[in-house]
Design a protein around this ligand. Sequence first.
Ligand SMILES: Nc1ncnc2c1ncn2[C@@H]1O[C@H](COP(=O)(O)OP(=O)(O)OP(=O)(O)O)[C@@H](O)[C@H]1O
Ligand SMILES: [Mg+2]
Length: 222
Amino acid sequence: MIVETINLTRVYRLGSSEIRALRGVSLGVEEGTFTTILGPSGSGKSTLLHLIGLLDRPTSGRVLFRGRDTSLLSDRERRRLRLRNIGFVFQTFNLLPTLTALENVELPMALAGVRPPEQRRRAIRLLEEVGLGDRLHHRPSKLSVGEMQRVAVARALANGPSLIIADEPTGELDSKTGEEVLRLLKGLCEERGVTVLMATHDERAARLSDRTYRLLDGVLQG
Ligand SMILES: Nc1ncnc2c1ncn2[C@@H]1O[C@H](COP(=O)(O)OP(=O)(O)OP(=O)(O)O)[C@@H](O)[C@H]1O
Ligand SMILES: [Mg+2]
């Protein structure tokens, strides 16, 4: 198991009101699989992915990464674990608009302390791998949405992660382009052995997955 969650809860406090976004979620993600979290808007998918991706801490419960209890780690240790092991793909790509495709892919490597020549070599190879070898110097505004998402996938792969977390990666894409991005993620899983954990509200997007968890109102179903 690459990731396990044990009875995760997350309560957001807004003034005097409380939103219980997750109400005790326990699940496992097997190494090398394509796992999907399927649920409608507001069901807690992003909240869950942020906790698993170590971007946020639960109100209660635990996230184990390869058996290691991440709640026992300092912020610095969590950041290090995240940078080396986890890549993120977001619905709205989150590319930096002033950087080229190449520079966007280099950024996580710079944060991990990879030397610049090596950053460049790896970034070129990754962009070629996602089919963007001829778009290296384009800024996001000069790319199609499908191309932007492929840059984001290349960026997620920058530090050779074992886990890719994708939060509605096809949400902004038309069905054909969305299909291409799903195939790309599936290929990473099959050819590189990368574990993919994807959230979606689209039943069809879930069909490529090895395992599907259904989330409703912060609770796993079935
Ligand atoms: N930072 C926050 N502060 C307060 N409430 C939040 C916050 N983030 C999410 N919520 C609430 O928690 C619940 C779960 O939200 P979450 O974003 O995890 O759902 P989701 O399944 O990702 O939805 P979507 O499909 O629309 O992205 C919702 O009721 C949402 O309004
Ligand atoms: Mg969401």
